[in-house]
Structure formats: C-alpha cells, structure tokens
Write a protein that binds this ligand. Structure first.
Ligand code: SAM
Length: 194
C-alpha cells in the first residue's frame, strides 16, 4: 500500500517532538488518539526510546499507519488499535501518558467532552495529556486563518475549533499545567491528572 501523506505532519513534527521530549521525559507508555497517517508515531517513537508508543484510530486508517510502520519500524512502536471515541470502548492498555494532535477540532462536541472525561479516568495520578492543535482562548481566535478554518470545519460538519475554557470545564480531574505557543497559530495544551 502507498503510504498516506500529510504535509501538516511534516511541518509540525519537529516542534511537537521538542515539546514531547520535555513533557514525556518520565513517561513509560503513551496512547496516541487519532494517529491519522502514522507519520507522527514513526517520527516520535525512535526519538523517545524510553517509552512505548501505542497508536489508535478508526480501522480505515490502520493500513496506512501500518504502511509507515513497515517502512520505519521501531522496537517501541505498537500497531494501531481501533478507537473511535463515542463508538469504541477505551483500549485495555497500561499507559501513563496520552497524546493527540489535530483531532479536537475534527471531533463533535460530545466526542471532545468524552475524550476529556476518558483521559482523566484512565490516566494515573501525575499522568500527562498532550493536546496539540488550533484552539480559541477567551472566545478569541488566534488568527483570521483559524477563524476561517473554524468556519470551513463547521460547514463540513466537524465540531470546530474549541475554546480552552470549554475544555477546562470538561476536564474535571485534569489541571492545565502549560499552554505552549506553537508555529502556525497552534497550541500544545499540557494537562496533568491531579
Ligand atoms: C486531522 S486528522 C489528524 C491526524 C494526526 N493526528 C495528525 O496530526 O496528522 C484527525 C484524526 O482524528 C481522528 N478522529 C476523528 N474523530 C475521532 C474520534 N471520535 N475518536 C478518535 N479519533 C477520531 C480521525 O480518524 C483522524 O485520524
């Protein structure tokens, strides 16, 4: 199978990895929600050899993720499991960290709320959740391009760009410990289970 390709992943993988190297320094195992093409997983896992990287996504994306795994295998990369929040049960994995990129604005509101609840339910105390993507803050978009993006997402039936305050309201049991500005008007939200 030809590998699926995302230019956005190529652009953002280096700055995200720099954040992950810090926030996942002491993590043992990470669940990635919405691995997409698998490009992030194959880039990050070999650079974080102290932990296991578990991918997940809808089944339709597994062949593409596996195509990347076959070309760039790593001992700590684990084949994707099926996880569509709202449809599938939470995977039976022992992880102390969760990572997701560019999924929050794709999901419907009830799926994002569920994600925030399930993440806090399944992380151990001190566990970390790293959430990358475009977000609003205090109701404001960080750029006109993010405002336009939000509108086009909603027109196509996606949930749209979430406000950090809305996420905080849903993330009971998670403390937002860092909010890192990233290139292209994105943020890395770092949550810790308290
Ligand atoms: C824009 S892609 C991002 C993929 C990848 N993380 C990246 O940064 O390129 C959004 C991903 O979210 C996944 N997704 C959408 N709704 C989901 C849900 N309810 N539960 C889990 N994953 C979901 C899609 O299957 C897709 O892989």
């Amino acid at each position: 199978m030809e590998k699926p390709f995302s230019q956005a992943c190529e652009n953002n993988k280096a700055p995200i990895l720099a954040v992950l190297k810090e926030v996942l320094k002491y993590a043992n195992a990470v669940l990635e929600i919405g691995s997409g093409t698998g490009q992030h997983a194959v880039h990050f896992a070999p650079c974080l050899p102290h932990l296991r990287w578990y991918c997940s996504d809808v089944e339709a994306n597994h062949a593409g993720i596996n195509a990347w795994f076959n070309e760039f295998p790593a001992a700590n990369l684990i084949a994707p499991c099926r996880l569509m929040l709202g449809l599938d049960p939470w995977p039976n994995l022992d992880v102390d960290a969760i990572y997701t990129a560019n999924t929050t604005h794709i999901m419907q509101n009830h799926e994002v709320k569920l994600m925030m609840e399930l993440v806090q339910q399944h992380l151990p105390i001190g566990g970390v959740f790293c959430q990358y993507g475009p977000f609003r803050q205090g109701g404001e978009f960080s750029s006109q391009s993010n405002r336009d993006f939000d509108q086009s997402l909603r027109e196509r039936g996606y949930g749209g760009v979430q406000d950090v305050d809305t996420l905080k309201g849903w993330a009971k049991g998670l403390a937002l410990t860092a909010k890192m500005a990233m290139p292209a008007n994105n943020l890395c939200l770092i949550w810790h289970k308290v």
